[in-house]
Design a binder for this molecule. Structure first.
Ligand code: TXA
Ligand code: MG
Length: 343
């Protein structure tokens, strides 16, 4: 470890909400880093106006410097000096803020280059989670926060998983319970005439089209080629190998059983991930069911990837169905990639 090991305190916000808010805010004001809950995933927060504080985020996560961070605000007054709001951006703010959507806009003069990795644009979001907005308001500054995982690992969706990655690297973790959304915010570029979704999330392309008249998904955003700088790195990956299957359900079930047996021959324990309605197809195989629709599967996904590792599985056989939605498709495709570099 090339950083001094810290003792990491966890505060259960349901027990001492005001204490949690004040302690977190004080660390932020003093230029430190702290793990905070949001409705999407847990974030690793620092004062977005303080380049030295932001540098601590990159160090604690082991994150490449060319991957920009999202700036979180508590209310619209914090936008001054942070971003130049476009008309489509403003419409999306009215419709979906506070909420799980980050808007890429031209950067304001107050944001140091390290936050945006030198880009002329900045991603901004107002989280729905009330506790984190209280912390930001108490700190009195916008807060840069990537997901609180070690680079390349699945984003933490509960405080235990945040502790697993950030224990010893941060002085404080605020436990706000499990994240309701479970996948990271939609990232949408609103600097051009047509909004472009760089990372799919709970706010869908259709929802953006409803507000702006049109919107498109970046060609690489479902999977594959990088859309936003962070997308080129390996993401969301558990230690287990992930294999994604998609298509006719019966054929998929046959392939998954075949693969399960191949793994077994190689002494690799595999586990099937699927929606509730497919669980019956995998009788006799270890199975983790993720729920029945996109919202439930999103909420369960990252914690289940980590739980598969904890249980010692060496392979995850993921039965993807359309009902899981684009955000899940994007995350699981990334988890299955064999890239050496990490986010
Ligand atoms: O839900 C979320 O967004 C969570 C919580 C903590 O708010 N945060 C999060 O941050 O997922 P992070 O750093 O793990 O992901 C930020 C993504 C990366 O893919 C990054 O490349 C992209 O947003 N991004 C940030 N600034 C950008 C910009 N100016 N232009 C294009 N993409 C940008
Ligand atoms: Mg992340």
């Amino acid at each position: 470890m090339d950083f001094p090991p810290l003792s990491t305190k966890v505060i259960f916000a349901a027990g001492d909400r005001e204490g949690a808010v004040q302690e977190a805010a004080q660390i932020l004001r003093e230029g430190g880093i702290v793990v905070v809950p949001t409705e999407t995933v847990y974030g690793l927060a620092a004062n977005a106006l303080d380049g030295e504080a932001v540098a601590k985020i990159f160090k604690a996560k082991g994150r490449p410097q060319d991957n920009p961070l999202i700036v979180h605000i508590a209310d619209a007054s914090m936008l001054a000096g942070v971003a130049v709001v476009t008309s489509c951006g403003e419409k999306l703010m009215r419709a979906y803020w506070p909420g799980p959507i980050s808007l890429v806009m031209h950067k304001g003069e107050q944001i140091p280059d390290i936050v945006t990795a030198g880009l002329s644009t900045v991603a901004v979001r107002m989280p729905e989670d009330v506790l984190v907005r209280e912390i930001i308001r108490a700190a009195g500054v916008p807060v840069a926060a990537p997901s609180a995982n070690l680079s390349g690992k699945p984003s933490p969706t509960n405080a235990r998983h945040a502790f697993e990655d950030m224990g010893g690297r941060v002085p404080l973790i605020i436990d706000g319970g499990p994240c309701g959304v479970g996948v990271e915010s939609t990232v949408v570029d609103v600097t051009g005439d047509v909004p472009v979704v760089l990372r799919p999330g709970a706010v869908t392309v259709e929802m953006i089209t409803d507000v702006c008249g049109e919107a498109r998904l970046h060609s690489g955003a479902a999977a594959g080629t990088p859309a936003s700088p962070g997308m080129k790195y390996r993401h969301y990956a558990p230690d287990a190998r992930v294999y994604v299957y998609h298509g006719d359900k019966k054929e998929v079930a046959k392939s998954i059983r075949y693969m399960y047996n191949l793994c077994k021959e190689k002494s690799v324990e595999a586990v099937v991930f699927c929606v509730d309605s497919c669980a019956g197809m995998y009788a006799g195989l270890p199975t983790i069911t993720l729920g029945g629709d996109a919202a439930q599967v999103s909420a369960a996904l990252f914690a289940s990837l980590r739980e598969a590792d904890e249980a010692g599985y060496g392979a995850i056989l993921f039965h993807y169905v359309e009902e899981m939605g684009l955000a899940v498709k994007n995350r699981i495709a990334k988890a299955a990639e064999n890239k050496a570099t990490a986010e």
